[in-house]
Design a binder for this molecule. Structure first.
Ligand SMILES: *Cc1c(COP(=O)(O)O)cnc(C)c1O
Length: 231
C-alpha cells in the first residue's frame, strides 16, 4: 500500500470510529480529500485508493490540477473550499462541481450567471462565521437565513448546506462547542424551510469533534497527504 493509500485508510477508520462514538450511521459522513499544494500524482494515488471527492483552496492551482487530470474528470468531484474573490467566480463556475465558501449574495449571483448551461447546477455551501471574528470570512449566523433564501432562488446554483472553519480550539469539548454553533444554524435554517443536506465541518486535527457535532462532510488534507510547506 502506498503512503497516501494507508493514510487514507486510517482517516476512514477515524471517521468510522467517530460515527460509532456519536452513535451515527457509518457512512453518514463524506470524506473530502484536500489536495491543495500537492500535485496531480498525489490525487491520482488517492483516486486509485478509492477517493473520488477532492478539495482545492486556490482557484488557479485547482484549475491547473483539474486540467492535468482531465482523463478522470467525470469520475472526480472537485470542490472549491477557499475564499472567493469576484474576479475568480467565472473560472470556478466553469471548472468546479461544488463551492463551500459562498458568503455573500454578489458572489452567488456571479456564480449563477457564469455557470455554463451544459453543466449541472453548481452545488453550493454557505460559509458561516461562528467565531464572530470581524475580519474572518463567512456570513454572520444572524444573516444566514436571508442569504440562504436568496441563494436557493438562483437557478444555476443548488444550495446544499453550510461550511464553517472555527478558530483552532485546545481540546475536543471546545472544538465541539464551536462546531455545534454551525450545527445550530444548520438546524434552524432547515426548520425555516430551507432544504439542506450538507454540513461541511472538520479538518485533520478536529474531525472527531466535528462528527460529534453533526458534520456530514469532513475536509481532510494533512492526515491524507502529509504536511504542507508553511505559506
Ligand atoms: C487546508 C484546508 C483544509 C484541510 O486542512 P488539514 O488540517 O490539512 O486537514 C480544510 N478546509 C479548508 C477550508 C482548508 O483550507
Amino acid at each position: 500500500m502506498t503512503t497516501i493509500a494507508s493514510q487514507l485508510a486510517h482517516v476512514r477508520e477515524r471517521i468510522d470510529a467517530a460515527c460509532a462514538a456519536a452513535t451515527r450511521t457509518p457512512g453518514s459522513v463524506r470524506l473530502l480529500a484536500v489536495s491543495k499544494t500537492f500535485g496531480p500524482d498525489a490525487v491520482r494515488e488517492a483516486f486509485a485508493a478509492g477517493q473520488t471527492a477532492f478539495g482545492e483552496n486556490y482557484v488557479q492551482e485547482g484549475v491547473a490540477k483539474i486540467e492535468a487530470l482531465a482523463d478522470l474528470r467525470s469520475a472526480i468531484e472537485w470542490h472549491c473550499i477557499g475564499p472567493l474573490q469576484s474576479n475568480k467566480t467565472r473560472v470556478v463556475a466553469e471548472h468546479f462541481d461544488w463551492v463551500h465558501s459562498v458568503d455573500r449574495l454578489k458572489i452567488a449571483e456571479r456564480l449563477d450567471e457564469q455557470r455554463p448551461a451544459h453543466l449541472p447546477p453548481l452545488q453550493v455551501c454557505l460559509q458561516v462565521n461562528v467565531d464572530g471574528g470581524a475580519n474572518k470570512s463567512g456570513v454572520a449566523a444572524e444573516d444566514a437565513l436571508p442569504l440562504a433564501r436568496a441563494v436557493a432562488a438562483l437557478p444555476r446554483l443548488r444550495l446544499r448546506g453550510l461550511m464553517a472553519i472555527p478558530e483552532p480550539a485546545p481540546d475536543f469539548e471546545a472544538q465541539r462547542a464551536l462546531f455545534l454553533r454551525a450545527a445550530q444554524v444548520f438546524a434552524q435554517l432547515r426548520e425555516d424551510g430551507i432544504a439542506l443536506d450538507t454540513l461541511s465541518l472538520g479538518m485533520s486535527a478536529d474531525l472527531e469533534a466535528a462528527v460529534a457535532a453533526g458534520s456530514t462532510m469532513v475536509r481532510i488534507g494533512t492526515a491524507i497527504f502529509g504536511g504542507r510547506p508553511k505559506a
